[in-house]
Design a protein around this ligand. Structure first.
Ligand SMILES: Nc1ncnc2c1ncn2[C@@H]1O[C@H](COP(=O)(O)OP(=O)(O)OP(=O)(O)O)[C@@H](O)[C@H]1O
Length: 291
């Protein structure tokens, strides 16, 4: 299904000519992301595929307000968040953004319930006092209410990822960022986890951005893009089709590329990218724990 940005509504996320560059020890600039334009609405499911080193993590760190762009604009709910202090960006992140990681990132010595309650410790007073009830509701939603008091080590990989999904969603974020969410799971379990994530995001009208190297995972989205050497292409573009068919390191073959395009997964929202990077300043790579 092809979806266009909703007219008259302020997009949840808007990237305009976004650039991220770093200065290498050699003093040369490395342009990791170049001229990225992307609009994400509430309720959208957008996938970004790309091979290793194409800039996926860098993009995710910008979307998650972990790093700052070096050029262009990033609007969250219509507001330019690049000028906000680190503390305000961290508050926004905690309140509005949920993260799901490839390696689940659960606290091993805490039960499933305690893991899901964790983000509520930093929420509003109401969220804090309701933390156990909310966490139980989310565990129930992912089908794990009966495993609430188990340690993660006693759970299967798929169950651990479902706990991680519950933890990401317990504060009802408006944006969910999933970084290779099926990367550590077998195909069937991965599909089930992805379908669940997609369904819960849709129910709560949250936007879901999935970073993946797996075209079958991307096919679950409404719009898919290829990130290739820091430039974002709608997956239906000729460049993306050719690059995907020829790329080693993306879980696909020509068949999946055609299926993805034929299924109508593609951008009608702007996702074009320029090739020239504006003036940039060096900035170190941040690695925040945003769970
Ligand atoms: N702070 C930095 N300093 C120097 N190079 C960097 C920095 N951050 C990223 N890079 C480089 O930018 C490129 C993109 O990195 P990024 O981690 O975003 O890729 P990726 O698509 O997530 O890769 P993978 O799938 O392997 O995780 C890589 O070549 C990486 O080495």
């Amino acid at each position: 299904m092809v979806t266009a940005p909703h007219e008259g509504r302020i997009p949840l996320l808007e990237l305009r000519d976004l650039t991220r560059s770093v200065r290498l020890p050699s003093r040369d600039m490395l342009h990791i992301l170049q001229g990225i334009d992307l609009t994400v609405e509430a309720g959208d499911h957008v996938a970004v595929v790309g091979r290793s080193g194409s800039g996926k993590t860098t993009l995710l760190n910008l979307l998650g307000l972990i790093d700052r762009q070096t050029g262009g604009e990033l609007l969250f709910d219509g507001k330019d968040v690049s000028r906000l202090s680190d503390a305000r960006r961290a508050r926004l992140r905690g309140a509005y953004i949920g993260f799901v990681f490839q390696q689940f990132n659960l606290l091993e010595r805490r039960t499933a319930l305690e893991n899901v309650m964790m983000p509520m410790m930093y929420g509003t007073a109401r969220q804090f006092w309701r933390r156990e009830r909310s966490a139980m509701e989310m565990l129930d939603r992912v089908g794990l209410a009966d495993r609430a008091h188990q340690l993660p080590t006693r759970l299967s990989g798929g169950e651990q990822q479902r706990v991680a999904v519950a933890r990401a969603l317990v504060r009802r974020p408006r944006l969910i960022l999933a970084d290779e969410p099926t990367g550590a799971l077998d195909v069937t379990t991965g599909e089930a986890v992805m379908a669940l994530l997609d369904e819960i995001a849709r129910d709560s009208d949250a936007a879901l951005v999935t970073i993946t190297h797996d075209l079958q995972v991307a096919a679950l989205s409404q719009r898919a893009y290829l990130l290739d050497e820091g430039v974002l292409h709608p997956v239906t573009s000729n460049h993306a089709r050719e690059a995907l068919s020829a790329t080693v390191g993306i879980r696909s073959g020509r068949r999946e590329v055609e299926d993805l395009a034929e299924a109508g997964v593609g951008a009608s929202a702007p996702a074009s990218a320029g090739t020239s990077a504006p003036a940039v300043e060096a900035s170190p790579r941040a690695s925040g724990d945003a769970a």
